[in-house]
Design a protein around this ligand. Structure first.
Ligand code: ATP
Ligand code: MG
Length: 408
């Protein structure tokens, strides 16, 4: 039998874990500073939550969900976490709290996609959601948090793209205009785009199919349709967002053709892209979704948020090696070595020893790989009650007692 991890999934190995821990700790630090609280929702939910919450015209719901039946109930591994967070927000009556309610999450998501660089079937997202604020300051706060988080991880070479999709009223006129512009070459577009044409034409602009993108250029689609025309209210909201971002020193570019894959976005949408990721270049996507809470059965509640792909972020930051422990006790007396290790650990200091009491040379070799110092505990040392401590980076040696050791 030769069982491997399923296609599109990856083990995160001990040698890689420091980066993950660093990313997660940074997220906690940065988000806590802005009073975002972590929430952990189940990895599977009722299928209908995603059908309704993500939208049944999206690729995610139509093609990418891992769905299974248990006791006549259809369940789905979460393809994203906004729907789950909104479900929890409603289930626990968070809407009764005085707004805003600010939440963040981290964890695995599942989408049945074609695996490729930067695209897995089990991948991880970190995201924030902010409920209850209509003002564009909430949109600016979310974008600022994403930028600060990425900066704290040392990522500066990123572009923030923003756009406004307006409200239903602004979009109606735009959809018509877009459909007219696409009609002449509709039958040359991919099957997905043909389906989107009636159901959700905006999403055609988000098509990743190379042939479609080429056709958009060939037929000058972007010049022909230009951007969405916003109604006065949506326009004011968008202008306010830009004022906030400028005042907060957040550089952005406007991309009038930025749409997001999900149905529920209103007004602000944004994406953060890296120039160093090849074709899967989006690290963060988000926006405002004022209709979602109501759609899932709650009171009308404005909301805004984003999700980031942790694998993509991780591939942009330098890899840190796994931690070294502080001490490795080298001894042929397992009992004394074990006692010393235990005493050190009780002081909050990392330490280990050789469970097989192999030859000194072997133990020292192991020590130099995994520890900062070797504590040599030979017969002499035990008899005379001292330790020989060897600094493994430069092989310097010193006699010490326990009090000296714990100060190292
Ligand atoms: P893409 O356009 O790359 O498919 P998306 O619009 O489907 O992204 P979202 O659902 O908004 O992405 O998810 C937010 C972020 O999660 C993306 O910007 C990306 O970094 C990451 N992401 C999405 N799908 C995957 C995946 N299959 N594997 C790895 N990361 C992913
Ligand atoms: Mg996708």
């Amino acid at each position: 039998m030769n069982i491997k991890a399923p296609k599109g999934t990856k083990d995160i190995l001990p040698s890689e874990i420091r980066n993950w821990q660093h990313i997660e700790k940074t997220a906690n630090d940065i988000f806590s500073r802005a009073d975002f609280k972590e929430i952990r929702t189940p990895i599977f939910e009722d299928t209908c939550l995603f059908e309704r919450g993500v939208g049944d015209t999206t690729d995610i719901v139509n093609k990418e969900m891992y769905t299974f039946i248990k006791s006549d109930r259809s369940l789905t591994l979460r393809p994203e976490n906004t729907a789950g967070v909104v479900r929890a927000y409603l289930e626990h009556n968070f809407y009764r709290e005085s707004p805003p309610v600010k939440l963040w999450y981290k964890g695995p998501m599942f989408r049945y996609e074609r695996p490729q660089a930067g695209r897995q079937r089990q991948f991880h997202q970190i995201g924030v959601e902010m409920f209850g604020i209509q003002d564009a300051s909430a949109d600016a706060e979310c974008i600022m948090l994403a930028v600060e988080f990425l900066k704290a991880l040392g990522l500066n070479d990123l572009t923030v793209e923003i756009n406004s999709l307006g409200c239903n009223i602004c979009r109606r006129e735009y959809k018509d205009r877009l459909k007219k512009a696409i009609a002449p070459f509709l039958n040359e577009l991919c099957e997905d785009c043909q389906n989107r044409y009636e159901k959700n034409p905006l999403r055609i602009l988000d098509c990743k199919n190379e042939n479609c993108t080429k056709l958009f250029e060939k037929y000058n689609l972007k010049e022909t349709v230009s951007g969405i025309e916003l109604c006065p209210e949506c326009s004011e909201h968008y202008n306010k967002l830009k004022t906030y971002l400028t005042a907060l020193n957040i550089k952005y570019t406007e991309n009038t053709f930025l749409v997001r894959g999900l149905d529920y976005y209103t007004k602000t949408v944004f994406e953060i892209k890296s120039n160093n990721l090849g074709s899967q270049n989006a690290v963060c996507g988000g926006g405002r979704y004022d209709g979602l809470v109501e759609l899932l059965g709650g009171p009308a509640t404005p909301a805004v948020g984003w999700a980031m792909g942790v694998e993509r972020i991780n591939s942009l930051i330098p890899q840190v090696n796994s931690y070294k422990i502080k001490f490795f006790v080298v001894s042929d007396n397992q009992l004394e070595a074990f006692k010393l290790v235990s005493k050190l650990r009780q002081q909050g200091i990392s330490a280990d020893f050789d469970y097989n009491a192999r030859k000194f040379a072997k133990q020292l070799e192991k020590a130099s790989k995994i520890a900062e110092y070797a504590i040599i505990l030979g017969e002499e040392e035990i008899k005379n009650n001292y330790f020989t401590v060897k600094k493994l980076s430069d092989s310097s040696q010193e006699k010490m007692d326990f009090e000296d050791i714990i100060k190292l």
